[in-house]
Design a protein around this ligand. Structure first.
Ligand code: AMP
Length: 121
């Protein structure tokens, strides 16, 4: 795998607003926020989609959720509630093929998260 723009963020080849990092994961602000708080939590390992997660990645993927909860507590919105979602493939609108959790917070979030375009489809 040749890497995506997220590999460049991990390697500091392009700028990003990083809010958390450890040996295996990184969290940074989404460049096009869809909520007052919109963070992306990624593994440093390159995994293209949910379909490419292997059994041996289970701990790593679970770790991403631990990071989400930690950030929610540390940033003060854990009790208010928030959404964590991972898109997979075309129908979900995945645009960067390096798995990432979207962490959305800071306002009541609509559900289901369909757009008008999707409703007509
Ligand atoms: P997805 O559509 O689920 O693949 O989400 C990809 C997300 O990456 C989108 O919300 C983009 O706004 C975000 N994104 C793309 N490039 C960057 C970047 N350079 N820095 C931060 N977020 C980015």
């Amino acid at each position: 795998m040749s890497g995506t723009i997220f590999t460049k963020i991990i390697n500091r080849e392009i700028p990003s607003d990083i809010v958390y990092e450890d040996d295996v994961s990184l969290a940074f602000k989404d460049i096009n926020p869809q909520a007052p708080v919109h963070l992306l939590i990624i593994p440093k390992k390159e995994i293209a989609t949910i379909n490419d997660i292997e059994e041996g990645d289970s701990e790593l993927v679970g770790h991403l959720y631990w990071v989400a909860g930690k950030l929610a507590r540390d940033m003060g919105f854990a009790d208010d509630g928030y959404r964590v979602v991972m898109n997979c493939g075309e129908n979900a609108g995945q645009t960067v093929f390096h798995i990432h959790l979207h962490l959305l917070a800071g306002k009541p979030l609509g559900w289901p998260p369909y757009t008008d375009r999707m409703k007509k489809a």
